[in-house]
Design a protein around this ligand. Structure first.
Ligand SMILES: [Zn+2]
Ligand SMILES: [Zn+2]
Length: 431
């Protein structure tokens, strides 16, 4: 059981006991707090301090942001690496970064995968796109019936850009795809790449359905990283990715409703917990990344409705240092992000809660009609596009010659069972 689940359960039981105390005192309809009627049967009338995925409609004018990863390249079970989901009241959803471990977080939100087809990558560090293949291939298997669309920056050379990385990814997973083509609905296994110039300054990289996404350069590791803003319905979401404090961010993140920016692990903690030398900790913690004190300076400069700090391990013994250091330079609204933190943003209010998720998820509902496997037609298309000969997309005689026919009888039984149950004939392969 992860900490988020434990916390959720605790919150849940507190809510239940509060409600119980009220109903016991007044069996019909009780008034819990001023102006709030509590029904003994209609539980959705009761206020919730947690977010249960699949239980709340998004208002037409509302933006919901969910942290699906807030951690580091050093992996841990309780915190995936960078990933934020933005859901809009017009139905659009966007993923900003897909760091290692974040695909499980996304799947536990039980959103049909057709709606999770747009990913924006801030830079090509593993903790910012390490889960992309899982979202791409796993998402196809979990019901996405369209290609995954990826946006990301160019680099100082062609080889160091997002398009080169995505083409390499397609090559890395060629065997995986070659083995699936023909036996699954292959519509979700496409990968569309949109590379844009990392030097664009507040440049529009996406515009559709009332949503505008802009990018500007970030200062981190090498040339290439960017920060993003998403504007819709007079609401502005900003995701800094990883960056040293810079004047682009100060200018283009202004007026953000939600401004997410890294605040790295405090330097002394890097020495004590990560085994860094002081020299290395100072360099990484203040020059490559943004120190908490510097994060506070930035937020004081841009004054968002809610500042969000991420990119540190959020533990009982590390969080106070981050908080105290931020508070030396910033006294505005602040969320210290952890996985499954949820922000509901409207013109009037920003509500911050934790999501309580079911970890034992299967595929969510499909957004469109399922299609049977594409068979040889899909194999031919794949062969044409990839250059893999069609012959290689089936077993060789060498491998197939040792298939054990001793199981045919029981497996034929499974086909017969399906034929009887569904009222149409499924022919056992080879019969
Ligand atoms: Zn990075
Ligand atoms: Zn990072």
């Amino acid at each position: 059981m992860t900490p988020s689940k434990t916390k959720g359960t605790l919150w849940h039981s507190l809510l239940i006991s509060a409600a119980l105390a009220v109903t016991l005192g007044e069996p019909d309809t009780a008034v819990a707090q001023e102006g709030m009627t509590v029904s003994p049967t209609m539980v959705r009338d009761r206020p919730r301090d947690v977010y249960y995925p699949n239980t709340e409609d998004l208002r037409e004018d509302e933006m919901r942001v969910i942290a699906c990863g807030t951690g580091m390249p050093t992996t841990r079970a309780s915190q995936a690496a960078a990933c934020f989901l933005v859901e809009l009241g017009n139905g659009d959803k966007f993923i900003f970064d897909a760091g290692a471990g974040s695909a499980e977080r996304i799947s536990s939100l039980q959103i049909p995968y057709d709606f999770i087809d747009k990913v924006f990558i801030s830079h090509l560090h593993a903790d910012h796109f390490g889960a992309l293949a899982e979202l791409w291939i796993g998402g196809g298997l979990m019901g996405r019936q369209k290609p995954l669309r990826v946006w990301g920056p160019s680099g100082p050379t062609e080889d160091l850009g997002t398009a080169a990385a995505m083409n390499a990814l397609k090559l890395v997973y060629r065997w995986d795809l070659a083995g699936r083509v023909g036996i699954v609905d292959f519509r979700g296994y496409g990968l569309e790449v949109n590379e844009f110039d990392y030097k664009g300054e507040n440049a529009v990289v996406y515009e559709d359905n009332g949503v505008t996404i802009r990018s500007w350069p970030a200062i981190h590791s090498l040339d290439g990283p960017v920060s993003f803003s998403l504007e819709w319905n007079d609401l502005k979401f900003v995701f800094g990715g990883d960056t040293f404090p810079n004047t682009w961010f100060n200018e283009y993140a202004k007026d953000a409703d939600l401004a997410i920016h890294e605040a790295f692990v405090a330097v002394p903690t890097m020495v004590s917990k990560m085994g860094f030398t002081p020299e290395q900790a100072l360099l990484v913690g203040t020059q490559v990344h943004t120190a908490p004190e510097a994060f506070g300076k930035i937020m004081s400069e841009i004054q968002p409705r809610m500042a969000v700090a991420y990119h540190f391990f959020k533990d009982f013994d590390t969080t106070p240092a981050i908080n105290d250091r931020i508070r030396t330079t910033y006294d505005g609204p602040l969320s210290l992000a952890e996985d499954f933190m949820v922000w509901n943003i409207t013109e009037e209010d920003i509500r911050v809660r934790m999501a309580v998720v079911d970890e034992d998820t299967w595929s969510p509902a499909l957004a469109g009609k399922a299609e049977p496997p594409g068979g040889d037609a899909d194999r031919e298309t794949f062969s044409e596009n990839s250059g893999v000969p069609v012959d290689a997309l089936n077993y060789s005689e060498f491998i197939i010659s040792k298939k054990w026919d001793g199981v045919d009888e029981v497996l034929r039984g499974v086909y017969n069972e399906a034929s009887e149950a569904l009222g149409r004939e499924f022919v056992y392969p080879g019969d």
